[in-house]
Design a protein around this ligand. Structure first.
Ligand SMILES: Nc1nc2c(c(=O)[nH]1)N[C@H]1C(S)=C(S)[C@@H](COP(=O)(O)O)O[C@H]1N2
Ligand SMILES: [Mo]
Length: 329
């Protein structure tokens, strides 16, 4: 790593500023910017209609995900307003598809989510290499509406479709030695042209402790907004860990390995003083170059306070009992 050029943080506030201004312009053009709460609610309704048309045009083959879908509001769902589909699918971090927020949607067509094979191996009794559609057929798809907080201090609310990682891990039966889980993104510079340049040490690697991986909030997403996952969001399979910074959620995963030792993870290797292994959302631990105390919810005007564990502390704080969360950031 040491002979590589210094790595920039994943993106910048500048782009989100632009998006914020665009949203404000939209509302102003719609005559709603200075309106009442009712008018703002009306604006959200218009946006939703607009998103729906965009969605139908944008993901023409995205029919329903195979199999039954559980849509009931789960115990962990937030009922905060959902970030519009257009923003969720056009404001992305996926460095293998470019460094600007708009790049992944623009370059999404390079990535072919079928055929696709996923390997689950390592410290398990029943390692498996399966076709993605076979894997899909093992689970009932659930909808989970989660907050997502990027380490760059912006956030979204996203309705994911997928299954708990615990369901997959139970199937392969972890051995008593398994303590960590590694997630590996596809390595293919033709499908992920950003891998032609050594911006990061490819493939993108992420990891969790096994108890974090088995937590019921930890989710494997195959869709969002009831449709198949767009490539820019990590098709066909991506990790979602809602109490951690967004970079923990590795995209376009081909391998899930259980290990005895803590795995190397991409951002931690690139900038160990800035991105820790745990990366739990923590307003009290400042990034060396910016505060994590507040965040901008995409589409909002005002910043809002960032919550410890991104608001999931009641569910997950016990996982870190007795740990110094400043040291283990
Ligand atoms: N393979 C891969 N996964 C990745 C990234 C990436 O660059 N490459 N970016 C991460 C970051 S920084 C964030 S915030 C989320 C963004 O997910 P979204 O674009 O679906 O909102 O993906 C994460 N997963
Ligand atoms: Mo991020």
């Amino acid at each position: 790593m040491s002979d590589k050029p210094p790595v920039e943080p994943p993106g910048s506030e500048i782009t989100s500023e632009r998006l914020y201004l665009r949203r404000r312009d939209f509302l102003r053009n719609a005559g709603l910017f200075t309106g009442t709460a009712a008018a703002v609610a009306g604006g959200l309704y218009l946006l939703t209609r607009k998103q729906r048309r965009f969605m139908d045009a944008y993901v023409p083959d995205a029919g329903a995900v195979t199999g039954p879908v559980v849509k009931a509001k789960g115990a962990f769902d937030t009922d905060e307003p959902r970030t519009p589909y257009e923003d969720v699918t056009t404001y992305n971090n996926f460095y293998e598809l470019g460094l600007d927020k708009e790049d992944p949607a623009r370059l999404a067509h390079y990535l072919k989510p079928r055929p696709w094979t996923v390997t689950v191996d390592g410290e398990v009794h029943e390692p498996k290499t399966v076709d993605i559609d076979q894997l899909l057929s093992w689970f009932t798809m659930e909808e989970r509406v989660y907050r997502m907080r990027c380490v760059e201090a912006w956030s979204m609310v996203i309705p994911w479709l997928g299954f708990p990682l615990a369901a997959l891990l139970s199937r392969v039966k972890p051995t008593s030695h398994a303590r960590y889980v590694t997630f590996t993104t596809l390595m293919d510079p033709e499908q992920l042209p950003g891998q032609q340049r050594p911006v990061l040490d490819w493939p993108y690697l992420e990891g969790l402790r096994l108890d974090e991986a088995m937590h019921p909030l930890t989710f494997m997403a195959m869709g969002l907004y009831g449709k198949q996952l767009p490539a820019q969001n990590g098709a066909p399979l991506r990790l979602v860990v809602p109490w951690k910074y967004g970079f923990k959620g590795g995209k376009s995963i081909v391998r899930i390995s259980l290990t005895r030792t803590m795995p190397l993870t991409t951002w931690n290797m690139a900038a160990p003083h800035e991105y820790g292994f745990y990366a739990n959302v923590n307003p009290a631990v400042t990034h060396p170059r910016w505060s994590q105390a507040t965040e901008r919810r995409i589409g909002d005007f005002e910043r809002r306070p960032t919550l410890p564990f991104n608001g999931y502390g009641e569910q997950v704080a016990h996982l870190y009992a007795g740990m110094d969360l400043r040291e283990n950031f």
